[in-house]
Each structure stands twice: as C-alpha cells, then as structure tokens.
Design a binder for this molecule. Structure first.
Ligand SMILES: *[C@@H]1O[C@H](CO)[C@@H](O)[C@H](O)[C@H]1NC(C)=O
Ligand SMILES: *[C@@H]1O[C@H](CO)[C@@H](O)[C@H](O)[C@H]1NC(C)=O
Ligand SMILES: *[C@@H]1O[C@H](CO)[C@@H](O)[C@H](O)[C@H]1NC(C)=O
Length: 280
C-alpha cells in the first residue's frame, strides 16, 4: 500500500518509527506508544483523519507547526493533535496508540536542508529530490514535503543560515516562501527579502525567485545548470545560480565550479555549513 507522501512504517510490536525515506534518518522521527507515560494535560484540536497512519503523517508533515503528538479517533474519523509532545489525551480508549515527536527540534522551526559534514553526496535524481534523502547529518527533506509545509495556503518564512570557513555566521530571511507541487515542477516563490532580519550583503535568492526545480535528469534551464556548474545537484536553477546549497561539499574554502555556496555570504567561495529552515 502506498500513500501520498511515501512514508514507511515498520511495525515493531508497540513501537512505530516513521521516517520519510529508507535512507533518511535525520527527519522528524515519531514514536508510537501507549499513553501510560508522564504526560501533560491538553485539550488538543481536531482535524479530519482516515487512519492511524494518516494522523501520524499529518502530524509529521502537513501540520508540522501545530502538532507534536496525535491520536486517531475512529468514531469521528479525525485526528486529535497537540502542540505538546508529552500531551495526555485523557478521553481516548486505553489501547489507543499515541504518536509523539521524538526530535528535539522545536515545533517553531523545521529544517528542510542541512550541510555540515559532506560525506553524503547531493548528486541525485529528480525523484530523490522529490522524496528526500539524508544520512542523519546532511539531508534534504524532499520537494513533496517542502510543498506540504509551505504552499499558497500556508506560506512560511524561510531562514537561511550559513557559516563561512572563517567561522562567521550569516542569516537571510524571506517572507511568504512557497513551493508549488509536482504539477508546476515545484516552482519556488516568496514575498520579500527581510533585510532588517538578515545580515547577508544582498539577496542571492532573488535570481531564483519564480523558477522551477531542476536536476541533471530533469533540467528546465537552457544551460544544463544542474550539471557541472551546479555540482550535479538539484536547485531552482536559473542560468545558473547565485546560491546553490545542494552543490558539492568541499572541506576547504574554494571557488571550484559546482561547489555549494551563497554569493552574498562569501562570494563564489564554498561554505563550511548551511541550513535552510522554515518558520511558521
Ligand atoms: C563527517 O562525518 C564522518 C563520520 O561521522 C567523520 O568521520 C568526518 O570527519 C565528518 N566530516 C566533516 C567534514 O565533518
Ligand atoms: C549575523 O546575524 C546572526 C543572527 O542575528 C548573528 O548571530 C551573527 O553573528 C551575525 N553575523 C555577523 C558576521 O555579524
Ligand atoms: C548533464 O548530466 C546528465 C547526467 O550525468 C547527462 O545525462 C546529461 O547529458 C548532461 N547534460 C549536458 C548538457 O552535459
């Protein structure tokens, strides 16, 4: 059986671990357990739901910023959700399975991309960029998930955080960040670069605003931007890039074509680490 966002649910007696792909371990991991653990009382809120798995998936992806624990209520075909991961759902039957967020990542942010180690290759196909990949340190959560989290109905703030090889951290924020679905090739758009909340020297994402996603096996640029100049990675390329967090990771500062960089942080030089974070 497959479901819309391709999560897998290996059942191990009472414990269920949800990850977003077989390779990815750094994503939101939820455990499922009986309610008999230390809990906090909460009223919770109800959203429509079709099954235990549906409720878990909603909590882990679609309703990420509103849900840290959830249970399925079959009588009303709904999911009871709480922002507290230790929520107590007092009124549910005793054998109900509660899905709880395990990550310590605060509910107020969602890391969608991270590079700090470099062992994991980001030279991947369209379908891998759609589904997501990761090694527990470096990861890309996937275009499908990014679209579920940030779309026209729920635009988010995007925060880019990059560290140069000197150790200096630079931040850039964008309002109204949205990524379309597969039918428009995950077109990316945003409202504005929030200069007063950023300390990058300019807006390097502007060059990519309104572009569709490209990978080597599905390149919508006229210049094969995803190839050598893009490090054979995936991005919202546009002849070719002013920023490319998914390029090749180098363990020193260098300007080699294909490196991952963000022009308004350290020009055409590679960076030490970078991450992209969604805020509600
Ligand atoms: C990446 O992680 C591996 C395994 O933990 C480690 O041996 C290596 O030094 C790390 N590389 C960097 C650049 O941090
Ligand atoms: C940029 O802003 C961030 C967040 O406010 C801050 O932590 C960092 O030190 C600043 N970087 C520089 C180089 O001033
Ligand atoms: C880009 O790379 C892909 C995958 O390696 C290859 O199939 C394609 O022919 C390349 N395109 C160009 C213009 O080199």
């Amino acid at each position: 059986m497959s479901h819309p966002i391709g999560l897998i649910l290996p059942f191990i007696t009472a414990v269920v671990i949800i990850t977003q792909s077989e390779a990815a371990t750094s994503f939101t991991v939820f455990s499922a357990e009986q309610p008999a653990i230390p809990t906090v009382s909460t009223a919770g809120s109800l959203v429509p739901g079709k099954s235990k798995i549906d409720c878990a998936v909603r909590c882990a992806v679609v309703d990420y910023f509103d849900c840290a624990a959830t249970v399925y209520l079959p009588e009303s075909n709904s999911c009871l959700q709480s922002v507290l991961k230790q929520a107590e759902f007092g009124s549910v039957p005793p054998d109900t399975v509660v899905f709880r967020r395990e990550t310590d990542e605060p509910i107020s942010q969602r890391i969608i991309q991270s590079r700090s180690n470099g062992s994991l290759s980001f030279q991947r196909t369209w379908s891998e960029y759609e589904e997501g990949f990761g090694d527990g340190i470096d990861f890309w959560i996937g275009l499908r998930s990014i679209n579920k989290l940030s779309n026209n109905l729920t635009p988010r703030t995007l925060r880019m955080e990059a560290v140069k090889w000197s150790g200096a951290l630079y931040v850039a924020e964008y309002s109204g960040f949205v990524v379309g679905d597969a039918s428009i090739n995950y077109l990316m758009d945003y409202g504005s670069y929030l200069a007063d909340r950023s300390n990058t020297s300019a807006d390097s994402l502007a060059h990519h605003k309104g572009r569709v996603f490209s990978t080597t096996d599905r390149d919508f640029t006229s210049m094969s931007c995803s190839n050598s100049s893009g490090g054979y990675g995936g991005w919202w390329f546009n002849g070719c890039s002013q920023c490319n967090p998914n390029g090749v990771y180098f363990s020193t500062r260098q300007a080699t074509p294909g490196k991952y960089f963000w022009a308004s942080v350290d020009g055409m030089y590679s960076l030490k680490s970078i991450r992209l974070v969604l805020l509600p």
